[in-house]
Design a protein around this ligand. Sequence first.
Ligand SMILES: [Ca+2]
Ligand SMILES: [Ca+2]
Length: 336
Amino acid sequence: MQRGKGVGIKKTDISRPDPIMFFQVLSIFHHVTPLSLHPPSSLRSAMRRAVIGHCLIGLLWYNFLPFNYSLADTSGNPSDKVWQHTSHSMTRSDHRDSFTGMEFVFVKCGCFIMGDTFGDGYFAEGPVHQVCLDDFYIGRYEVTQGQWKAIMGNSPACPDHKDNYPVGSVSYDDVQRFIANLNQMTGQKYRLPTEAEWEYACRSGGGKERYAGFSNTNDLFRYANFCDVNCQHDWTAGDQDDGYTHAAPVGTYKPNSLGLYDMSGNVWEWVADWFGSQYYDESPINNPQGSDAGSERVIRGGCWLSGPWYPRCSYRFSFTPSSGEEDIGFRLAKEK
Ligand SMILES: [Ca+2]
Ligand SMILES: [Ca+2]
């Protein structure tokens, strides 16, 4: 198992005080108050209640303050590499991996109608069918190049891109090795989302959304990096400008209603399932896992090279699991 050279995680907590120092200050406060000067018992009781009140308020204040992670070397020197976005507020039901800083959004269990509910897809997106899922977590962002390097010690994607760009050129098999290493390091059980989980999350929890967070194709440039006016292909959407010809840093565009970024566009995303074009005919209702076998794994969401039809939440595509392309990356999921 490889690691980046001396790279580790340091919580650079600029907003929170050190917890030990915090309680030392409270202790000093306690001992310099008139409690230690033996005031009358009624006053001592009032002061004791005041101190306890301060402690409770302090604990609440400490617990709710935001904190930030950044990449640092093991000597504790801060790195100039941004580890992860911290701009999106996490709720207390969300999960942040303490080792990598990856953010995971909690997705509540539910049922939805999976597939091409708009009627503008192709045959493998149907028939539409009911699917019910258990609770799960899914990554707020695509996995970045910086995260890949820290876990695997190499950088398979475009060398011109910084650490906050999505990793690409990773095969499904490479991703399984990344997950095995990450789980060994963290003791967690991260995995790829299933195809059904991915679509449910893309549609902001199973709503009728053509894209991740919206349905009007004219709004694509606000939410997604796709083949816009900067993209020189026959299928370019020349009337929209998303600002990028190639990949964009994760989290550049608007999120969907679950707070998930780039599920439409930027890089395609590996999901767990074998691809079966007829699978929806036989899919179970509860937590479908995809075909039992196949020759290709499913990828979802389109990429910066994709015309407007591909970043739809219901669109299904697939690729050989042993191969990587620069426009295929992934995001992780986790059991509750
Ligand atoms: Ca673009
Ligand atoms: Ca994506």
